[in-house]
Design a protein around this ligand. Structure first.
Ligand code: XMP
Length: 523
């Protein structure tokens, strides 16, 4: 568990698909919280964590089933407010003397439902039921339902399928709801969380300014006078990690920027200038493009490309890092969603669609200890921390860029000529997007060079040049995506500009595939 000294809220995870959203809603309220799978929560961890409030998440199991997930019973004796959601509500009722009925009956509810208040209003529902209709839309997803309340509880909201949609024992400050207030489809859900944490006495002390100060102190304590190596990719996570470490330990940090020759136009120079000149960080620019492009020669299989790049990356990083005297630590920009994923009990094995660029095995291989100053943060919090550390908004808002770089935007064989064309075309495309004020509306946009030439006519002559694909998607997390609906004017103007300004391209396609069935990158 973390060392954070803020007021802390504990989310006990029973395996809901949307537990992370509970944490998001709370962090938005400047409340520090952690998600822990129920099996890891014991009486001792409760004592150690000392939460100011607890939330039980939803979950796929049935409390009626023998051996179904439960929290340690000591949680009810902590004297702090508890909020149970869906399965969490049923757990609370079952544990405290109520009754739950299994789902076959007619009361299962999935999707949108409307909750009506009962006569008595409670603080948890401040700001609710104010609209003309006097009801609130909520999102339900339950088979089982509570059929008898535990002693001390009363009903404060009902829906057609859930007579006990909102329940509470005001004396003990235990609250239990059947729906999911954390999801988008419960439009007023954030207010319910706000009321809950207010009742629990949270002061909203989780700010990025406070986090920055605390993390700097924590890094100094962890690292002492040892040396730290940090791999820099030019992306937001590794950049924020590097700058935070530099603030904490200055000269004891050396960054290694592995340039595989698959970066965008001017990208390597920009990274080096920013970190070396602007931030004055010790930086090794490992220009190994000859090595990478040499090994990739003749390779067109996407997985072989990815694996080759991954393997060389580790070798190169190791070579340069090995030259740094008395390096003891490796800094990584691991984020909280990665931490949750690795302890999650519900994450089963899934099919490998693409071998992602991953340097997870490096620390053991090199005998290094890890410093991970972002491991308590979500992506948007990293951006806020980056702003706090003075990174320019244009840098923080950059679209994601994959570890294997342009290699996966060049289906078929990779050649220096093709990369050159791709870099120029991509720069024109992104310039167009910026000029039309669309950059921030789009989650990711890039050009890809297709493994084919087509015939064209320019001037009075025949051309036989490369075709280019343009991709732009909207997304929240990259897991699913939709193509961006550019206007025909925009597409026409961009195509003309690319063909006029970039030699070697005579045709432009726009990729209108969503994900699924496509992936965002072409390989
Ligand atoms: P796909 O193509 O799988 O991409 O739909 C989803 C998101 O992940 C990025 N991506 C990668 N990022 N290493 C990375 O750091 C990789 O190997 C990698 N492959 C894909 C992709 O750019 C998109 O944002």
């Amino acid at each position: 568990m973390s060392q954070t000294s803020h007021d802390r809220l504990l989310i006990i995870d029973f395996g809901s698909q949307v537990t992370q959203l509970i944490a998001r809603r709370l962090r938005e309220l400047k409340v520090y919280c952690e998600i822990h799978p129920y099996q890891n929560v014991t009486a001792e961890t409760l004592r150690e964590f000392a939460p100011k409030a607890v939330i039980f998440s939803g979950g796929p199991d049935s409390v009626v089933r023998e051996g179904s997930p439960r929290p340690p019973k000591e949680v009810y004796d902590l004297g702090v407010p508890i909020l149970g959601i869906c399965y969490g509500q049923q757990v609370m009722m079952q544990d405290l003397g109520g009754m739950v009925e299994a789902g076959e009956s007619h009361t299962a509810e999935f999707g949108r439902a409307y909750v009506q208040p009962t006569e008595e209003r409670i603080d948890l529902l401040n700001g609710w039921f104010l609209e003309g209709s006097g009801r609130e839309q909520v999102w339900m997803s339950h088979g089982d339902h509570v059929s008898k309340l535990a002693p001390g509880f009363k009903v404060y909201g009902t829906s057609p399928g859930a007579p006990f949609a909102i329940t509470a024992d005001l004396e003990r400050r235990f609250y239990a709801v059947q729906f999911h207030p954390e999801v988008h489809h419960t439009p007023n859900g954030a207010t319910l969380y706000e009321n809950f944490v207010k009742d629990a006495g949270f002061s909203g002390d989780w700010t990025m300014a406070a986090y920055r100060e605390e993390m700097i102190a924590a890094i100094r304590e962890q690292v002492g006078d040892a040396h730290v190596i940090c791999g820099l990719s030019g992306g937001v996570d590794s950049s924020v990690t590097a700058i935070l470490l530099h603030e904490a330990i200055g000269e004891q940090l050396t960054c290694v920027f592995v340039d595989h020759g698959l970066l965008r136009l001017n990208e390597a120079e920009e990274v080096v200038t920013m970190f070396r000149d602007h931030y004055n960080i010790n930086l090794i620019h490992a220009d190994e493009s000859d090595l990478f492009l040499g090994e990739l020669e003749g390779v067109s299989d996407p997985e072989v490309k990815r694996k080759t790049i991954g393997r060389l990356f580790i070798d190169v990083f190791q070579k340069y890092a090995g030259e740094i005297e008395n390096a003891t630590f490796l800094a990584q920009g691991t984020l909280y969603p990665d931490v949750i994923e690795s302890v999650s009990f519900s994450g089963g094995p899934s099919v490998t669609i693409k071998s992602h660029h991953n340097v997870g095995g490096l620390p053991e291989k090199m005998g290094l200890k890890l410093v991970e100053p972002l491991r308590e943060l979500f992506k948007d919090e990293v951006r806020a921390l980056g702003t706090e550390l003075g990174l320019p908004a244009s840098f923080i808002g950059r679209h994601p860029f994959p570890g294997p770089g342009l290699a996966i935007r060049c289906p078929g064989e990779i050649t220096r000529d093709k990369l050159e064309i791709l870099r120029k075309a991509d720069a024109v495309y992104i310039d167009q997007i910026r000029k039309h004020g669309l950059y921030d509306e789009i989650w990711q946009a890039f050009a890809a060079i297709l493994p084919m030439r087509t015939v064209g006519v320019m001037g009075d002559g025949r051309t036989y040049d490369y075709a280019l694909a343009l991709r732009a998607v909207t997304s929240v997390d990259g897991m699913t995506a939709d193509y961006y609906p550019f206007s025909h004017d925009f597409l026409g103007e961009t195509s003309t500009r690319i063909i006029n300004e970039v030699r070697g391209v005579n045709r432009v396609f726009y990729d209108c595939t969503s994900k699924p069935p496509g992936t965002i990158e072409l390989e």
